[in-house]
Ligand binder design. Structure first.
Ligand code: 16G
Length: 241
């Protein structure tokens, strides 16, 4: 509940209270939340204050509005740990969801300069460039462009990356995957991402670049992914050293 004597602003307390109700399923995914008028009566505040709280929750992706119908509870975001170097397929399996992919392109091309540098290849070297939409339970979550050195996987075919690439690397080749560097940036979906991720204009996406190495230190992929920010949040444990 909210405390009128608290120094915390009322809109903020209402926001937190609604978040708790979403967390404990009092407001379940897909439910319509009470109207502004009802909420202003419940919390005994002005409609302006309620609107501010609800607007913030809409902007943060906890709620969404539908014209003429009301304000609804969004699906909970997928919480993705940043510790282990897992694959998309493994991440989904661990959550009891089914991963699937739509292969948009599979091409053998000359490595773009920035990619060649990250893969520690000479400029004339060829890479396999793969673009995939990644789905969780048939909902698009991310669109990924993967660059793979052809020298490491000279026989790679489109079918090999139809499923899990990491499985192909570890079981089929087999190589041992070692470690990666990952960079996360905020952005808004471009036209292609809007189409592939089925999100509207100005939707937030998380751009992630992963540069991965085999256990022996050889770079084996550079992956540029755009994850839906309304469906994903990334979590890490940190220690004060
Ligand atoms: C994840 C990785 C990506 C990797 C892929 C392999 C991030 C940000 N990216 O999507 O770098 O290539 O998993 O998944 O986590 P797969 O084995 O299911 O194809």
């Amino acid at each position: 509940m909210v405390d009128k004597r608290s120094p915390l602003p009322m809109y903020y307390q209402i926001e937190e209270d609604i978040k708790i109700k979403i967390d404990n399923n009092e407001y379940a995914t897909g439910d319509v939340i009470p109207s502004e008028r009802d909420l202003s009566e419940t919390y005994d505040v002005s409609r302006m204050t309620v609107r501010q709280a609800v607007n913030n929750l809409v902007n943060e992706g906890f709620l969404f509005r539908q014209k003429g119908r009301g304000t609804f509870v969004s699906e909970k975001k997928i919480e993705q740990g940043l510790q282990g170097m897992t694959s998309f397929t493994e991440d989904m399996k661990q959550r009891g969801m089914t991963a699937s992919n739509k292969l948009l392109s599979f091409e053998k091309v000359k490595a773009p300069q920035s990619i060649a540098e990250k893969l520690e290849l000479s400029e004339a070297a060829s890479v396999v460039m793969v673009q995939r939409i990644r789905f969780a339970d048939e909902q698009p979550m991310a669109v990924e462009t993967t660059y793979i050195p052809l020298t490491l996987f000279p026989h790679m075919q489109a079918e090999d990356i139809q499923g899990s690439f990491y499985q192909y690397v570890e079981k089929v080749q087999p190589y041992k995957i070692g470690k990666a560097k990952q960079i996360i940036e905020a952005s808004t979906a471009n036209e292609q991402e809007m189409e592939y991720l089925q999100v509207s204009e100005h939707s937030a996406v998380l751009l992630i670049e992963r540069q991965s190495r085999l256990e022996n230190g050889t770079p084996f992929e550079v992956v540029k992914s755009a994850y839906r920010a309304d469906r994903y949040k990334f979590i890490s444990d940190i220690h004060r050293t």
